[in-house]
Design a binder for this molecule. Structure first.
Ligand code: NAD
Length: 364
């Protein structure tokens, strides 16, 4: 248990960040959540949720300081300021294949995410200097998208061991920014003694992830499409030939692995993912099985799909943290499918766009 510890969760309005807020609260942390938007699907578990733009360096300076009077508190009298015990940095400009691989958003992705990471580290160094201490441990969520494309051409044998990262050749600017920022966190560790932990997430999915609107990832997009089909005779569109491979990790397991990494002395970078590699066709079939529906697929061959094959390699995390995934893809898809079906049924989130496409992305 971590009674009285204070955590700052950046990107707390997003999928992984909002789940992390719940987990930290359940462990007794005091939690401040920051995001440009409030969580879409449930109330934030954070004790204090502040909406703001982490590209703004002045705002980030306020975010990293815990003040007795609350966020941004000012007074003519000296104000008691403390650093956080832990920062979880999930904020990033990201989305599915249609967002990442078309190159239309590359400049924004690189600029926005790099600015956030630069601001966070700079703000923490300044606070540490002012307070004369250096206790805040920072977690950074990198991605499997930073791995070189040339090791992921064979769908049956992708190489995503941590030490295969160089010579670097990610297939998207999103992946390059992740690689840059990994190095940034490690450089701040070496030069400013900031304790950091870096994980490379592989396709995290589950309830309360984006499931429509263009930024959703393959498990959610496919679950939604299948949920909207009739019991027999429906067809869904799949980007590419469906033979590209990926692995998908259920959100609760991602949160557990992340917490273990933070509690350990191991800095990373380390993969956090599942080793149950499937083709996208198998992912569709899994969703169809869970739904009890017969589903036909139609392929859009010129759609963006990301690398040909990707799978997590968990040798390092097993060795260092004794962690491994345990849930089958089918179990995770069942929970996700049920949640998305409820979302559709309750129509809480506007009109469901039947024309939106599957996103089989580098994340997914
Ligand atoms: P998400 O998009 O749901 O969450 C990211 C959050 O960052 C969003 O809520 C967004 O509003 C916020 N954000 C973006 N720009 C901001 C800004 N300028 N100021 C304040 N907030 C801002 O994504 P997620 O799936 O929860 O992913 C969390 C992190 O993990 C991201 O860094 C992502 O790149 C990384 N990651 C995720 C996956 C995955 O499969 N979900 C895989 C690999 C890496």
């Amino acid at each position: 248990m971590a009674d009285n510890k204070k955590a700052l969760v950046l990107g707390a309005g997003g999928f992984i960040g909002s789940h992390m807020c719940k987990r930290l609260k359940s462990e007794g942390y005091w939690v401040r959540g920051i995001d440009i938007k409030y969580p879409e699907f449930s109330d934030s578990a954070a004790d204090e949720f502040v909406q703001g733009d982490l590209r703004d360096a002045n705002f980030v300076n306020e975010c990293v300081a815990f003040k007795e009077g609350g966020f941004g508190y000012e007074s003519p009298e000296p104000v008691w300021v403390e650093p956080f015990d832990e920062i979880y940095q999930f904020a990033a400009d990201m989305g599915g294949a249609g967002y990442i691989f078309t190159d239309e958003h590359s400049a924004d992705i690189m600029h926005n995410s790099a600015s956030i990471n630069l601001n966070v580290l700079d703000a923490q160094v300044k606070l540490n200097r002012n307070l004369g201490e250096n206790k805040t441990k920072i977690f950074y969520s990198s991605s499997a998208c930073m791995y070189p494309e040339h090791n992921q051409l064979d769908p049956d044998n992708p190489d995503c061991r941590e030490n295969s990262a160089y010579p670097a050749a990610p297939d998207s600017e999103y992946g390059w920014e992740k690689l840059f920022s990994e190095r940034l966190y490690l450089a701040y560790n070496r030069n400013h003694d900031i304790p950091v932990r870096v994980a490379r997430y592989h396709n995290i999915f589950g309830p309360e992830g984006t499931w429509q609107g263009g930024k959703e990832k393959a498990p959610a997009a496919i679950s939604r499409k299948v949920a909207l089909l009739p019991a027999v005779g429906g067809t869904i569109e799949v980007w590419g030939d469906g033979l590209q491979t990926r692995s998908f990790l259920y959100i609760d397991e991602c949160i557990e692995a992340t917490r273990r990494l933070m509690e350990s002395d191991f800095q990373g970078p380390v993969n956090i993912g599942s080793e149950e590699m499937v083709t996208i066709n198998q992912l569709v079939e899994t969703a169809a099985k869970v739904a009890g529906k017969v589903v036909r697929k139609s392929y859009t061959l010129n759609a963006p799909t990301g690398v040909r094959g990707r799978n997590s390699n968990n040798d390092l995390i097993r060795e260092k943290l004794g962690w491994d995934y345990f849930q089958t893809l089918e179990e995770g898809i069942r929970k996700t499918y049920d949640w998305i079906s409820e979302q559709i049924n309750s129509r809480q989130h506007g009109v469901v766009d039947l024309s939106s496409k599957e996103t089989v992305t580098c994340e997914r």
